[in-house]
Write a new protein. Structure first.
Length: 443
């Protein structure tokens, strides 16, 4: 009898394990099936968009369909995968954007429109117990970084839209203990206004992302000295005139000196993050508009020094933008293809790599990215947080819907995700600037 009971228990356990595995074995949507809209989004939906899946330019028309942000409806609920829970962490913030967590667990938030950096400290039950303005009087602050890397940073760096400043810091500070010290006095101003900032693991270099002034570098004209001379003396794919040092990641030493271009062709690298396994910087990037509903894919990618990612002349490899036909044939075979393509016009913003201990083991090393949502697609997309799958530290190319439910209908939304960060307890924090809330995902 005991043998029968043991066998039955083993069989039940095996069936339960198989069912659990099956629950995670959603079919991967590929090709045209990978393109959808907010109505079909749900946690666990997995998509794979490959370069060979791209449609031709103008296959559909380009449209402007800006969403209207409304207060959160009483019945609105966010969806997360089975086993997870999502609830408000902080409310009533002034358009919170990038989130960065200090080594001691304090949560720093950029309120870009208000010109402030706010620090939040969790109390009992995972809700905010302390809420203070760390620094104010900033100019459209976005990126935040602690320096040096490690448990005892001495500075909080902030990337304004036109400069980089830093504040002296000790763990636990709720107010800046000194005035802002300018580290980089001048960044390209105007156009895409977000500037993110990270430090390399060896603390020797500071990377700053700078988006383009325009959609596809309209009106750049001819470079100084002519195209041939420019190409010989400048970094691969470097732009000029109004787009000088733009659509790029810039590199400095921590004091703001030794300025150079690190990588080019990234139309708007909104979110920067360092991958812990490799030490490589990654970018969450907004691509160009005007080529139709299904071009050009946004993307999340590792960024290698000296690499060129296509903008404005090419996209996703050697695909030439028809608005620059014949302009740079020398670059066609020198475009680095991004790692993970995301449905066009999703507006991929902040990103982070998950290193916490709270989520299941299969989440270790995966990335999360916030999709702010489309304004120029006939069927609304984005307005969600996605999980980017990694295997042995390398991207599979697949991404998975993780948090959905911010859209009310075809014209209205109540939330627009921006920043993502892992809290010290392993939960995931998500800012949305529509209704000024930070959400907390636990498992």
């Amino acid at each position: 009898m005991s043998d029968r009971i043991t066998f039955a228990a083993m069989l039940a356990a095996l069936l339960a394990a198989a069912a659990a595995a099956g629950a995670h074995a959603e079919p991967v949507l590929q090709g045209k099936d990978a393109y959808g809209d907010w109505r079909a989004d749900k946690p666990g939906t997995v998509r794979l968009i490959r370069p060979q899946d791209l449609v031709r330019p103008g296959a559909t028309r380009s449209v402007a369909t800006s969403s209207r942000v409304v207060p959160r409806p009483p019945e609105a609920e966010l969806q997360v995968p089975s086993g997870f829970k999502i609830e408000p962490f902080a409310e009533g913030l002034r358009a919170p954007r990038i989130i960065r967590v200090a080594p001691n667990g304090d949560v720093f938030v950029a309120e870009m429109r208000a010109g402030t950096i706010r620090v939040l400290r969790a109390g009992e039950g995972g809700k905010v117990a302390t809420n203070e303005v760390f620094a104010s009087g900033l100019r459209q602050p976005f990126g935040i970084a602690f320096f040096p890397n490690g448990d005892n940073p001495q500075w909080v760096y902030v990337a304004n839209t036109d400069s980089v400043v830093r504040f002296p810091y000790k763990a636990g500070d709720l107010k800046a203990r000194g005035k802002a010290e300018t580290v980089v006095a001048s960044l390209p101003d105007g156009g895409h206004s977000t500037r993110d900032i990270v430090f390399t693991p060896d603390n020797k270099r500071m990377l700053v992302s700078v988006g383009s002034l325009s959609n596809v570098a309209e009106g750049m004209g001819t470079p100084p000295g002519g195209m041939e001379a420019w190409a010989k003396t400048q970094p691969l794919g470097a732009t000029w005139a109004s787009e000088l040092e733009r659509g790029a990641v810039l590199a400095f030493n921590p004091d703001g000196k030794e300025r150079k271009i690190y990588a080019t062709g990234l139309r708007n690298c909104v979110g920067l993050a360092i991958q812990p396994q490799t030490g490589l910087p990654w970018c969450s990037t907004n691509e160009r508009d005007g080529l139709g509903d299904d071009l050009v894919p946004d993307y999340v990618t590792s960024v290698r020094e000296g690499a060129f990612y296509g903008w404005p002349w090419f996209y996703i490899g050697g695909n030439e933008d028809p608005r620059h036909a014949g302009a740079r044939p020398d670059l066609k075979d020198k475009v680095t293809v991004p790692d993970v393509l995301i449905q066009p016009h999703s507006a991929s913003l902040g990103m982070t790599f998950y290193q916490g201990a709270q989520f299941p083991p299969e989440y270790q090393g995966d990335a999360f990215a916030a999709q702010h949502g489309s304004w120029n697609r006939s069927k609304r997309t984005g307005y969600k947080v996605i999980r980017i799958r990694m295997k042995d530290g390398k991207p599979t190319g697949e991404y998975e819907d993780f948090v959905t439910g911010f859209v009310v209908n075809d014209t209205e939304v109540w939330g627009r995700p921006v920043g993502v960060a892992a809290a010290k307890d392993g939960s995931l924090l998500i800012s949305e600037d529509g209704n000024g809330t930070i959400w907390r995902v636990t498992h």
